[in-house]
Design a binder for this molecule. Structure first.
Ligand code: FMN
Length: 209
């Protein structure tokens, strides 16, 4: 059962005291054990529209050099999944080698999970903040959204897949030319517990200067 939205405290206003550090055994346990779900493990119900708004609000609380907010969210839920899938299908419809099965698959692209949030990296011109930093902030948004969803009680996964790398698909989904898809964060109710995967050996990737 997801937690009620009342479990999410209001975010502080500017200059209000914030908790820069607050010990939380539950956060540590979540980080130590959390896993993504596979798409096929994401069942109904999706987070409600209100829950999605709350999760997106948490997701946006990322480090962001220059306070540019160089990202935006596109919620693809309910029947919008059909419209977004149809837009993708139009893109590949007449591509060489595309058959009816592929067209159907692509048309149902966003119905593979109950809900999806497309996180768009939307860099702002800035003499001070390199685009790379702005893109990293968008990546942080994706993971913040995933962790927030897990903490509320929903399963999710962060995928890019071909639409991210297809200029035509990006345009069909409403991106401007300078924008990139940081990720599609698919969300739903995890219908089975995920078992642990192989992890990178972190210790072999640590050195001390
Ligand atoms: C930016 C990014 C893009 C990803 N895109 C894909 C993808 O397109 N297809 C895929 O199967 N996995 C993709 N993954 C990996 C999934 O998120 C995968 O489920 C995840 O690595 C599982 O790790 P976790 O259980 O620790 O969250 C991507 C990961 C990241 C960070």
């Amino acid at each position: 059962m997801p937690l009620p939205l009342s479990a999410i405290p209001a975010s502080p206003h500017e200059n209000e005291p914030a908790n820069a550090a607050k010990e939380s055994a539950e956060t540590l346990a979540l980080l130590a054990r959390r896993r993504s779900s596979k798409l096929m493990q994401l069942a109904e119900p999706a987070p409600s529209s209100k829950e999605l708004d709350a999760l997106i609000n948490l997701a946006g609380r990322v480090p962001d050099h220059g306070k540019l907010g160089p990202w935006r969210f596109v919620v693809i839920e309910g029947e919008a999944r059909e419209r977004a899938g149809a837009a993708l299908e139009q893109v590949i419809r007449n591509d060489e080698g595309v058959d009816d099965a592929r067209r159907d698959f692509v048309r149902n692209w966003f119905k593979r999970a109950p809900a999806c949030v497309m996180v768009v990296s939307s860099p702002r011109p800035s003499p001070k903040v390199p685009e790379w930093e702005q893109q990293l902030s968008a990546g942080a948004v994706c993971f913040n959204l995933l962790i927030s969803a897990h903490a509320l009680g929903y399963g999710g996964c962060w995928l890019t897949e071909w639409p991210t790398f297809d200029e035509r698909a990006r345009a069909a989904l409403g991106l401007a030319t300078e924008e990139r898809i940081a990720g599609f964060v698919y969300l739903g109710t995890a219908n089975m517990g995920a078992s642990e995967r192989v992890r990178a050996d972190v210790s072999s990737r640590v050195s001390r200067y």
